[in-house]
Design a protein around this ligand. Sequence first.
Ligand code: AN7
Length: 340
Amino acid sequence: MSARVGLIERFRERLPFGPDDPVVSMGEGSTPLVEARALSERVGARVWLKLEGLNPTGSFKDRGMCCAVSAAVREGSEAVICASTGNTAASAAAYAARAGLRGAVIVPEGKIATGKLAQALVHGARVVVLHGNFDDALRLVRELVEHHPISLVNSVNDYRLEGQKTAAFELVENLGGDLDGLCIPVGNAGNVTAYWKGFQELDRSPRLFGFQAEGAAPLVLGAPVAQPETVASAIRIGNPARWEEAMAAFTASRGEVRAVSDAEILDAYAFLAQREGVFCEPASAASVAGLLKYGAGGCERIACVLTGHGLKDPQTALDRAGGVIPCEPDLAALERAVLG
Ligand code: AN7
């Protein structure tokens, strides 16, 4: 059996890396695309789920981070930094550790899912909890890197988009030209921008349907949101960095950016877990919530991007799920507990 190769090795001719460039990789990419039977039935179209939670640190960010950190090493950088709602922080911390670089991550106070915080800490990054939101954090790190020789690895870094566009390559590989629509959660709007770049490089134009949480929907409202709020903490972003590019992609693809409520997100999250056997984090479920709410828009074959793993945010899962059943250690009690 051959080892799983990482993105740069797999797609090098379409990425800005030469054969002798340093590569910091953990076999990211090549994620499963699974057909979603129950969802397809409800929507009246064939729907697939792209399981980006199966990347090395549990989110799609690893695609971009592999390229951003490899480029940082090539440039001789000694440290990387990012602002993050959690997944970018976890990924940056892991890839920095692997590269032997110092990592600093700036996260909003009280709004980062437990698993992501644990990841950033365990990889040895300097974790700074900002008394402010993601947008404040991103503004500040952009200023900071102007004064210090530290590589910024947010998706304002073009290498991030280069890595993330490879997910579109994989979809085209798996589904060929038959993909009509892509449903994707939108926060800082880097990922949807990257998918569009990837599709365009292969001369494909599926319709892009982006979904924001109602309380954090600047692209839908057409104006920044000063105090974004949503249960989907990963996309609690009020002023996306890739605003114009993402809007251009929605327009060019004859797609749309729309909002889903937290209740709709959590319903889709539970549906995926209970009917498809797929555990994603709440932000990821926004893609499916949007598909369920607005329908397939005439598309026959649709892929939903499930951006992060459900284990990232165990607290939301526990808050939503039924309780456990306590049991005395005897057979009659066990029968009651199991069958009652
Ligand atoms: C699971 O980690 O912004 O529209 O700092 O973690 O490219 O921002 C995360 C974003 C969707 C939105 N799903 O992607 C961060 C961060 C999950 C995410 C998004 C994020 P973008």
